[in-house]
Design a protein around this ligand. Structure first.
Ligand code: ATP
Ligand code: MG
Length: 898
């Protein structure tokens, strides 16, 4: 059964039994910030199970895209070695929202598996929760499975819970014996080895657990099931591994072909078939995850979901490097994913080109990072070697990891080539302490502030705080409440904060602007008789209470104190410039691109602004320039802004004021107007006259999701500073090239062309020297038991050129073995090549493995082609002299010396 048939048979089976077919939700769950990715079919139905929303139908069936790479379900490290765990997979599921329960769930499962899918009941097992006698008896009755094929398992395996509290219940799984001909083995052995494969989990939501851990029965018990499509396909297609199904085979074949290796066979690869197979599987698996994440709008980045995507992508690239890829390759494979599952997921085709470009850019960036970082690693190692060490200190390794973004595996590989070890414990320690630092750093920001604020608001919301800081940056106030962290890690109200302590203060009024509408919160200082505190950030809650996160620097701040407030004026002014510029930008975009442009998010900070808007294509250079000009024109016009508070909402909208989509406004609103150009509902801080904004410059414009673009721009001093820095950089380029700036590009192109020509000529000359004509052709040639052997030193050249030389020499031999070595910078590069007719008897990989230690190195490769490195160039001649003997050994079938 093809995987597409399995999908449709599952949906049809349940549709025939009254289930509504619900399409897969995106991988990014809607409205659930606690969950990074959808990891099961039930995620989109959560509110139905919790009773928060009413389901549109009592029964549902779905095929859900799932990703298990973070949080409670994280299978990332399993991928590759495990034939049954993926990052991305499809989950087939049927659901009952308080409708049917255990009996039907088990009957449906059994009927589908043994009926429609035709599995032999003698090859199946079931598991139930130890105390779930109902399920046990139902399995006996419905399936007729003998008691010993119904396993009773403990809580770890067979009890499911949505969280520490909330719905939970026993579950029951269906297992398939993949080697039914063999004698039965113990349950743990069979499941650990994967012989007894779990394909389907039926969850019976039966109880609700409260904070104390007590469980009371749910009024309407429910059913949630999940079967992995890839595993079902492996079973129904009679293969032992998910990777041998039609979902993966085309991807593996394409990757293997591109890498010049074979998947699943030992031949053509003597370095242990397992290794390259694992790398290929990781690539195939991760590629699917990457393709689906991109299709669902996740963008590679440094935090959150984007970071997970980037890590998965980089992990695939690293495994590609193990296969010998030196250039970006992943993007070339991306379209193959669509060939396997595209029919079911049209979003893949719709995003294919954009995704390919994104993957390519990410690959290039990562490879460049690695190349730059690798040089640093070499330097660190040299330095350590000079100091007489043979181990790279953990702190040094961590610095490389942290500063250059080099994965530890890459550092380890380079170190191994240099016969260095890494102080891994020291590395782990450095990593941990950095994590701790950054955890504290983020906590001291918004999150901590909000946690403290929550401590003040439990037991009823507070009064809104009057904000008096639109025009005034200084003021007076009384401290109403204070909160601080308690030693246990919680937070609570306190009467005072002593010197050095941090906490949150609520005042009877304030001039500190609390973050909202994209504008960041103010910082500044609070002083009182005998004391001073620094305000680090300001936030507010939905009730409008404003919270000041502060650190007491002198004296003690007590509840009831009268204090003087001072906002950081420069920071606020710079923020105001960016805020008014944001409005101008918004208006300019609509004027230039049309009324369809809608604001989709913004950040207004002292040092930059970010503006997201709906638009379906990149801006042309022309559009971008026009928009920039338009904004600067309003600045040069030096128009007074008109800000009106307490306006009737209907009246303001009728006057043409722009409201933000999805934003909630009261009956009275505040409008910010740049007369003749922009009118918006806005509660933020603005300049009094547009002339204050100074220069405005767009620094970037790019897509962040399908149909959403982002502009980053600078004003005032930030814009000036950037112009100055770029000017200085151009000056340096002019000096280095010796031509004026406007001719720099032309000059660089000419230099590149000349360099390329020179390199090409050099390569040709070297190749001619090594393989051309007949002169010296016999050098290093011998015959070993009738096999031609050529072992020769060649001039130093880049690795790809050396490979080309070896290839050419091999071609000229017709039939034989070639080993060439080159010396450069205290290093040796060794390449072995064997003609196809001989690879059964002589293996290039084994040959270099045996020979490379002579020059203090190691390496390996395929049977027909292999490469190695070494550190002792003075012993190259000795190595080359040893080649005939090594070939003789292999021809005689002697095991290669290791
Ligand atoms: P396992 O113990 O094998 O990791 P699980 O208990 O984590 O599985 P569930 O959370 O019950 O699995 O998910 C339901 C079904 O989804 C499983 O029976 C299996 O078919 C499939 N599944 C779970 N995790 C993966 C994965 N990482 N890759 C592919 N399929 C999976
Ligand atoms: Mg699991």
């Amino acid at each position: 059964m093809k995987s597409s048939e399995i999908r449709s048979s599952f949906i049809d089976f349940f549709a025939e039994r009254g289930h509504r077919h619900v399409p897969s939700a995106p991988l990014v769950p809607h409205g659930d910030p606690t969950l990074l990715f959808t990891n099961a079919g039930m995620v989109q139905f959560k509110n139905y199970f919790l009773g928060v929303e009413t389901p549109p139908a009592p029964r549902a069936v779905s095929v859900q895209k799932c990703l298990r790479v973070s949080g409670k379900h994280n299978d990332l490290e399993n991928v590759g070695p495990s034939p049954r765990h993926h990052t991305f997979f499809e989950m087939l599921g049927n659901f009952s929202f308080g409708d049917y329960f255990k009996e039907e769930a088990i009957r449906y499962g059994w009927e589908l598996v043994t009926g429609r899918w035709g599995l032999d009941p003698a090859h199946l097992f079931a598991s139930v929760f130890r105390e779930d006698d109902d399920a046990f008896e139902l399995w006996r009755k419905i399936s007729g499975l003998p008691a010993e094929r119904i396993q009773r398992r403990g809580e770890d395996d067979n009890f499911w819970a949505m969280g520490d509290t909330g719905p939970c219940g026993p579950c029951s799984e269906i297992f398939v014996d993949l080697s039914p001909g063999e004698p039965d083995v113990g349950w743990d052995e069979g499941t650990d080895s994967g012989r007894y494969l779990e394909i389907w989990n039926l969850v019976f939501m039966q109880f609700e657990r409260d904070e104390g851990g007590a469980m009371k029965p749910l009024p309407a018990p429910s059913v949630d099931t999940g079967a992995g499509l890839e595993r079902v396909a492996a079973v129904l297609q009679g293969v032992g591994s998910n990777y041998d199904t039609d979902l993966f085979r085309p991807i593996l074949a394409a990757a293997a072909e591109l890498a010049g290796v074979r998947y699943g066979g030992g031949s053509g690869n003597d370095s242990g078939a397992g290794d390259s197979d694992v790398a290929l599987r990781v690539i195939a698996d991760h590629l699917r995850a990457v393709a689906f994440l991109l299709a669902d709008g996740v963008i590679p980045g440094n935090e959150g979901r984007g970071y997970v995507l980037r890590r998965i992508l980089r992990r695939a690239v690293r495994h590609g490097m193990r296969l010998g890829f030196e250039e970006p390759f992943l993007h070339r494979l991306l379209p193959v994913v669509g060939e396997t599952v595209g029919e079911a997921y049209p979003e893949l085709a719709a995003t294919r080109d954009a995704s390919t470009a994104t993957v390519r850019a990410e690959e290039e960036k990562f490879l460049a990072t690695i190349a730059a970082g690798a040089r640093q690693v070499q330097e660190e190692i040299e330095q350590a070697r000079r100091a007489g060490a043979s181990e790279l200190a953990g702190t040094a390794a961590f610095r490389l990891y942290d500063t250059y973004g080099l994965p530890l595996e890459v550092i380890r590989e380079i170190a191994e080539e240099e016969r260095f070890t890494i102080d891994e414990a020291g590395f782990a320690e450095a990593l941990e302490s950095q994590r701790e630092r950054s955890r504290r750093a983020t906590e001291s920001g918004q999150k901590r502030l909000l946690a403290l604020a929550r401590a003040l608001t439990t037991g009823g919301e507070l009064e809104p705080t009057p904000f008096e800081g639109y025009r005034r940056l200084e003021g007076e106030a009384r401290v109403l409440r204070l909160a601080a962290e308690t030693p246990g890690g919680g937070a609570g109200a306190v009467d005072c904060l002593a010197t050095g302590e941090e906490g949150v203060a609520v005042l009877d009024r304030t001039v500190f602007y609390a973050e909202s509408g994209g504008q960041v919160g103010d910082s500044g200082s609070i002083t009182w008789d005998g004391g001073r505190a620094r305000v680090l950030d300001t936030q507010k809650d939905t009730a409008g209470t404003i919270f000041h996160l502060l650190r007491v620097e002198e004296g003690t701040l007590a509840r009831g104190a009268e204090v003087a407030l001072a906002v950081d004026a420069e920071r606020r002014r710079a923020t105001e410039r960016h805020h008014t510029a944001t409005h101008l930008l918004h208006a300019a975009l609509r004027a230039e691109l049309g009324r369809g442009v809608r604001q989709a998010g913004s950040l207004v900070a002292p040092d930059r602004l970010r503006f997201d808007f709906t638009h379906d294509r990149p801006l042309s250079a022309e559009e971008r320039r026009k928009i920039e000009d338009e904004v600067n024109r309003r600045v040069l016009d030096a128009v007074d802004t008109v800000i009106v508070a307490g306006r009737d909402r209907g009246e303001a909208l009728a006057a043409g004021a722009m409201a933000l989509f999805g934003e909630k406004y009261g009956d009275t609103v505040r409008t910010v107007e740049v007369p003749g150009f922009s009118l918006e509902l806005c509660g933020g801080c603005h300049v009094a006259n547009t002339g204050e904004i100074g220069p405005f410059t767009i620094v970037a414009e790019r897509g962040i999701a399908s149909g959403v673009r982002r502009i980053e721009a600078l004003t005032g001093e930030a814009a000036l500073e950037r112009a100055r820095a770029r000017d200085a950089a151009l000056g340096a380029v002019e000096e280095a090239l010796g031509v004026p700036g406007e001719r720099a590009v032309e000059e660089i192109a000419a230099l590149r062309r000349r360099l390329k020509e020179t390199e090409d000529e050099l390569a040709k000359a070297r190749l001619a020297l090594v393989a051309g004509g007949t002169a010296g052709a016999a050098e290093g040639e011998s015959e070993v038991d009738g096999v031609k052997v050529l072992a020769r030193e060649v001039p130093a050249a880049p690795a790809n050129e050396l490979r080309h030389m070896a290839d050419t020499l091999r071609g000229r031999l017709g039939s034989g073995v070639v080993v060439i070595g080159a010396r450069e910078d205290g290093k040796v590069t060794l390449i072995a090549a064997v003609t196809d007719d001989l690879t059964a008897r002589v293996k290039a990989g084994a040959l270099v493995r045996e020979l490379a230690p002579i020059v203090g190195g190691g390496g390996g490769g395929r049977a027909d082609f292999a490469q190695a490195g070494g550190k002792e160039p003075e012993r190259l001649a000795e190595l080359l002299a040893a080649v005939p003997e090594a070939v003789r050994g292999q021809l005689a079938g002697l095991p290669a010396a290791r």
